[in-house]
Design a protein around this ligand. Structure first.
Ligand SMILES: [Zn+2]
Length: 109
């Protein structure tokens, strides 16, 4: 029987970490308006594009973490969404918000 509590705690810790990073990204993007210098603004805009793309992936990560927490509550956390086979806990240790077994993840990617 896999240790649900262990993964739940890891997911909650991860959720906090990603939320905090999203907060920082948000603040960094808003800094753009404060700059008066044009060339500096252009540079900042480039940085913002990078930050925004990061923001999207962190958003997605947060969504996946939330879904994983829901799967823990529903008792389906250790089951692959695609094929219904158990997800090895070694994989979940690496990617706690993963919803697919190794085979399915490789097939879908
Ligand atoms: Zn699978």
């Amino acid at each position: 029987m896999p240790d649900t509590e262990h993964f739940k705690n890891r997911l909650i810790a991860l959720e906090k970490e990603v939320s905090r990073r999203l907060d920082t990204i948000d603040k960094d993007i808003r800094h753009e308006d404060m700059s008066a210098d044009w060339s500096e603004q252009a540079t900042e805009r480039e940085n913002d594009e990078v930050l925004e793309s990061l923001g999207i992936s962190e958003d997605r990560k947060l969504l996946m973490i939330n879904q994983a927490l829901q799967r823990i509550e529903a008792g389906t956390y250790f089951t692959c969404l695609e094929c219904g086979e158990p997800i090895p806990s070694a994989r979940l240790e690496l990617l706690p918000f993963s919803s697919l077994c190794v085979d399915c993840a490789e097939y879908l990617e």
